[in-house]
Design a protein around this ligand. Sequence first.
Ligand SMILES: [Zn+2]
Length: 424
Amino acid sequence: MLRARRGTARTIVGIMPELRSTDTVTGLLAEIADVGRDRQRGGYSRPVFSTAERDLTGWFIAHAQRRGLDVHTDLNGVIWASSGDLSSGESVVTGSHLDSVPGGGAFDGPLGICSALVAFDRLQQRGFTPLRPLSIAVFPEEEGSRFGVACLGSRLLTGAIDPDRARSLRDADGNTLAEVAAASGLDPRFLGQDDGTLAAVGTFLELHVEQGRGLVDLSKPVGIARSILGHGRWRITVEGQGNHAGSTLMADRRDPMVTAARVVVAVREAALAHPDSRATVGRLTPVPGGTNVIASSVTLWLDVRHPRHEIVATVVQAITTEAGRLAAEEGCRVTVAEESLSGTVQFPTGLRDMLSHTLPGSPLLDSGAGHDAGVLAARVESAMLFVRNPTGVSHSPEEQVEADDAEAGAIALADALQALLTRD
Ligand SMILES: [Zn+2]
């Protein structure tokens, strides 16, 4: 059941939600506009279990409690705010995440949470009688920006990641997830698949800012997800010979940075050779990382996506083969380790059709970005709504949502939830 076995709801320090008779999505986002601002990168850095992310979850809990929702945190750190008796096993759940990528935008995650709160208000104002309970869920570490595995909370909940492996994941400071979770009030021994919690969920519907230009090109404010591209992350480590930048002749070097640079180019070429694939190296760490030091090793993180997950495997194999060849040319060694892999998700057509009926004119979109809804889809009936992003840019401070579209999204979410809550 959704009942908490540990009371971990945290009282917030600093941000108290204002009491308003009518909250709007834009108004709620304004309340958290100063939390986790990143002065160096721009935008927001709100890694899971950081002060910023904890302040946001505290802010959410206060808003949920103000609405009379019963709030608890489950064994994996997912926060559930619920109304109604969850024992029926048919609850309708909406929600998203509050963590961000480094230097991320204001909407990726929080838009779904703020829209859920506003949709709940609209349903209350409509005064209809739901046939099943409603919950709002906040998933931790959706971005994987701290521990490297995206959708970590939903993967743990659904059993999509081995809990031993999850516990030993480390952040950039060397802290394990087990250590950080324990410091945040979770018992790391209990991380992992939680069938009791899942059994209470009938349907999950996540609203999210669109992370592309689909709705802009179609001139529509809201869309419905058809699929999520197959995607995964790999850690490529190139090992060479650390040495002095001045005294080591060019001919004597085994420089992993040179191999890493060539691998980055090879990644692009591999993606171009497989139409519709997307491959990215967005993060690269040399060790020891000194200006006058030839690196001893370089780690690159590779992200690969394609509508068909078989092609993801083909692209990664091509990159692995080429990286081995390039490393050998430099006298280096290379290893490629999979960090996460998600197959292509096709959202269930019955639920999709119902949403299309409820939200006429809303186009179907394929998502290039991964989401908790895609992970949950393996265990519970899941769907997604997207809200137009006029820049088409995401994971960047340039991410944008117009105020009218944000409110249209919340109304669409309320309409969809109402249909789900009254479904026979
Ligand atoms: Zn997101």
